[in-house]
Structures are given as structure tokens and as C-alpha cells.
Design a protein around this ligand. Structure first.
Ligand SMILES: Nc1ncnc2c1ncn2[C@@H]1O[C@H](COP(=O)(O)OP(=O)(O)OP(=O)(O)O)[C@@H](O)[C@H]1O
Ligand SMILES: [Mg+2]
Length: 434
């Protein structure tokens, strides 16, 4: 596949692997092909079975290649979850050229030096996001190329992930016959597509409600300032329905996706889902009852998100909250969100043909993120793609003993919970940027 201006973005989700190939035409995303496949080898966003993941990726790739009529060479892949950390970083290099003019290579060198920091051996740097450069005494430079100087410095953010988890992703991609072009943080990807520059500047919360995870990302002054993931999502909604309807998972999933509403009040009591119980009885479930179950669980998830936002000091966002992810396609979820968050809540779904569903927000966001990344920023990306820039120091404790950002742990929820049952939670990650 011709990769210039056209890229492939892969989202290995817990319920579905999604693959999109697209390009940016005058700032508009043009999707050339999309494919998806049920994902059996992923639990809470992490690959637990490489073989099954490879099969799912292959299925999605085959679908995309059928549409494209040519093979896909390399893919960018989304990463998220508690293993990801974002750290401030600084780098410095001396300008090599005889005329002291800063070149692409000098930028690569300074970004490379910024990646060299002491991190535990089990972690690996996957990307570096330059914020500003300094050339000799001149600060706040966004693109130093072409300038003259002796010393080039950079400050920015490093994206670090767990080697084992990243390895499984890379291995699955390679075993599916593809090359890994780079990792993209899901939070950064969705922000590029689900929110406007003004919203990101003024402050906005983006909530991706997936299958087994819900990720909150908070942006202010165009910076990702806070991110956290809960182990709750659409899977819990479906399981709640299996209890209510006493039916198989697949039947409950179908009822949720075809007739589900996020508010009981939005349900039509005359609209009834016909299904067979686990005991073989034929029954009808009114849409209002389905709405009652879904509302209870979603309310619980939103209250957890709200609690995290409040704890982090971002209870009210100037631009409100944007919902995305497959589960946000439930009618009325924005109204429920407004009731809980007490601020404006909107659902984002990509507008490009073929991917008009909020579950494609991450993959579509990746396309925009990668394709609109500045040349300077991309050189860090390319360099990080060497993927060998990992643990540089042996003093593993240093980072753990002095984390630059606080971290909160939460307990994972039990899978089979009846609706509305409140659980204490105390084990999950939180990251602060900024
Ligand atoms: N129309 C719909 N109504 C309600 N729920 C839906 C609908 N369509 C999809 N979903 C739910 O969305 C979820 C999948 O969303 P998504 O693809 O964003 O998750 P994922 O990326 O695979 O999972 P995760 O992000 O947790 O790893 C599933 O639980 C699915 O049942
Ligand atoms: Mg997802």
C-alpha cells in the first residue's frame, strides 16, 4: 500500500478489532477502507491470547484489502490502559553541521536524547512529544529547523508503556503479516477527532465507553492534563441484561444493541423484545425494562467518572464532556450524562462514510493524529519507532520512589454483578500530564 499521505490505523479493542485506512484531504478525513472483526484474545484492553488476536487482525485486514484492492504494509496501533505513563522529559544536543544550521538530524538527535531517561527495565519508551525547543538562549521555539545555533534543547513528554504488553501488540501485528509503524496513545487520538481546538483549549473531558473499559481524558490549554481508565463498559451492560432477562449473553447483547436506551423514560412500553430464556421459555421484554437496567449501570459508571474528575480537580469543564466508544451509541446517553455531570454532554461519532459509529473514534482519531502531526514532532515519532529506546538505567527504584505524578490504584470489578450494586474500587491507574 502506498503509505505517503495514506495510513492504516488499528484499534485492538476488547470486543472488536477495528482497522481503517484513510487520508486527509484538505483537512477532511477521507476513509478509503474499514474492516472489523470480533476480538476474542483481549481482556480489558490488553492482549491475553496472541493467536486469537492475530486471527482477528487478519480478518479485519482481509476486509480492508478486499476494498482497497491492494495489500496493507504497515499499521499504526492504538495503546491505552494502566500500563501507560506520560513523563516530562528534556533533551540537549550540540549542532553538528559546519554552518551551525539546525537540520532534521539535529532535531532527531535532541529528541533521541530526551528519550534517554532512567526507567524500569520492564518499561519502554514508545513516543516523544516535543513541546518547545531552545536554541542557545532563545526559548519557546516550535520548529528549530533552519535556525543557527550551537546548542539545541527540547522539553516535552515521553510516552512509556509496559514492554510485555507492547511486545504482545507488536508480535500480533507482525504475525498477522503487517509491520508496526508506531504506537499512538488512544487519548491523544480521540482528542484530535472528537473535540475542536477551541474545546481542547478551553477544557473538555472525553469519555470513551468501550466494552470492558471506560477511559476519561481531560484536556486543558490543548494539553492532556489527566487520564484514567475504569474496568467497566458495555460488557457490564450486557451482563446486567442477562440477569434481568435470564438469557444467553448473545441474546442480551442483541437486545441491548437493537432496542437499548440509556434512560428508562425513553423506552416505549409497547416495544417488546422477543427472546428465549436460558430455560427455553419464550418471553417478551419491554424496552422500558431494558432501559431501566442500562440506566442503572450507566449511572454508576458516570458517577465513578465524575468522582475521578472531582478528585483530580476537573469537576466542571468549560466545554463540557464528549462521549465516544461503542457504548455511547445508546439513545439518551447524552441526557443521562447531563443529569449526572451537570454540564453539557455530547456524543461524538465520526462523520466519514463507512465509520459512522462512535466505536470508530479511536481509529479515526489515529488517522488524523498521525497525518496531521508536524514534521518536527514526527521525527521524534520515527525515532521512537526504533522501539529499542527503552530502559536506559538500572536504577529502577528511582522512578517508582519519586513518581513525577501521583497514582491511584483501584480494585477491578467482579464480572457478574447484578445491576445497581455498588462496589468499592481501589485499583486502577491515574496519570497526570502537564
Ligand atoms: N448500538 C449499540 N448500542 C449499545 N451498545 C453498543 C452498540 N453498538 C456497540 N455497542 C457496544 O459497544 C461496545 C464495543 O465498543 P468499542 O468497540 O468502542 O469497544 P472496544 O474498543 O472493543 O473495547 P475496549 O475499549 O473496552 O477495549 C460493546 O460492548 C458493544 O455491545
Ligand atoms: Mg476501545
Amino acid at each position: 500500500m502506498e503509505t505517503k499521505g495514506t495510513i492504516a490505523a488499528l484499534d485492538i479493542g476488547t470486543s472488536e478489532v477495528k482497522l481503517i485506512v484513510g487520508e486527509l484531504l484538505g483537512g477532511t478525513l477521507n476513509v478509503l477502507a474499514e474492516g472489523s472483526a470480533p476480538s476474542a484474545g483481549v481482556k480489558r484492553g490488553v492482549i491475553v491470547d496472541i493467536d486469537q488476536t492475530v486471527n482477528a487482525i487478519k480478518q479485519a485486514v482481509a476486509e480492508v484489502e478486499r476494498t482497497l484492492g491492494e495489500p496493507i504494509g504497515e499499521v499504526y496501533v492504538a495503546i491505552s490502559g494502566e500500563h501507560i505513563q506520560v513523563k516530562d522529559c528534556q533533551g540537549m544536543t550540540s549542532i553538528k553541521g559546519e554552518d551551525n544550521e539546525i537540520t532534521d538530524d539535529d532535531v532527531k538527535d535532541v529528541l533521541h536524547s530526551a528519550m534517554v531517561m532512567r526507567i524500569p527495565n520492564e518499561l519502554s519508551v514508545v513516543d516523544v512529544l516535543p513541546k518547545t525547543f531552545t536554541v542557545d538562549q532563545q526559548t519557546e521555539i516550535t520548529d528549530p529547523r533552519g535556525m543557527i545555533g550551537y546548542r539545541l534543547e527540547v522539553t516535552g513528554k515521553l510516552i512509556i508503556g509496559a514492554k510485555t504488553i507492547l511486545h504482545s501488540i507488536k508480535r500480533s501485528i507482525e504475525r498477522a503479516g503487517l509491520e508496526l509503524a508506531g504506537y499512538v496513545l488512544e487519548s491523544l487520538a480521540v482528542s484530535r477527532i472528537a473535540a475542536s481546538i477551541d474545546e481542547l483549549e478551553l477544557g473538555v473531558g472525553i469519555v470513551d465507553i468501550g466494552h470492558e473499559t471506560t477511559t476519561l481524558s481531560i484536556y486543558e490549554k490543548n494539553d492532556l492534563v489527566y487520564s484514567t481508565t475504569l474496568s467497566y463498559g458495555g460488557d457490564h451492560l450486557t451482563r446486567d441484561l442477562t440477569y434481568k432477562m435470564n438469557c444467553k449473553y448473545q441474546d442480551a447483547k442483541l437486545a441491548k444493541e437493537e432496542y437499548g436506551v440509556a434512560l428508562e423514560a425513553l423506552g416505549d412500553p409497547e416495544e417488546k423484545v422477543s427472546y428465549v430464556t436460558i430455560n427455553g421459555e419464550h418471553r417478551f421484554e419491554p424496552q422500558t425494562e431494558i432501559g431501566f437496567v442500562l440506566e442503572a449501570r450507566l449511572e454508576e459508571i458516570f458517577e465513578m467518572i465524575q468522582k475521578r474528575m472531582t478528585q483530580a480537580g476537573y469537576a466542571q469543564m468549560n466545554s463540557g464532556i464528549i462521549l465516544c466508544g461503542g457504548s455511547s451509541s445508546l439513545p439518551g446517553i447524552d441526557q443521562l450524562g447531563k443529569r449526572i455531570f451537570k454540564q453539557s454532554v455530547n456524543v461524538y461519532q465520526p462523520s466519514s462514510l463507512g465509520i459512522r459509529h462512535p466505536k470508530y473514534a479511536v481509529a479515526a482519531g489515529m488517522l488524523r493524529y498521525v497525518l496531521s502531526r508536524s514534521a518536527v514532532s514526527k521525527s521524534g515519532f520515527d525515532r521512537a519507532d526504533e522501539k529499542g529506546i527503552a530502559a536506559q538505567g538500572r536504577e529502577q527504584e528511582e522512578l517508582l520512589a519519586h513518581p513525577s505524578q501521583p497514582s491511584v490504584r483501584e480494585e477491578r470489578p467482579q464480572k457478574e454483578q447484578p445491576p445497581k450494586e455498588r462496589k468499592s474500587f481501589s485499583s486502577f491507574f491515574e496519570k497526570f500530564f502537564g
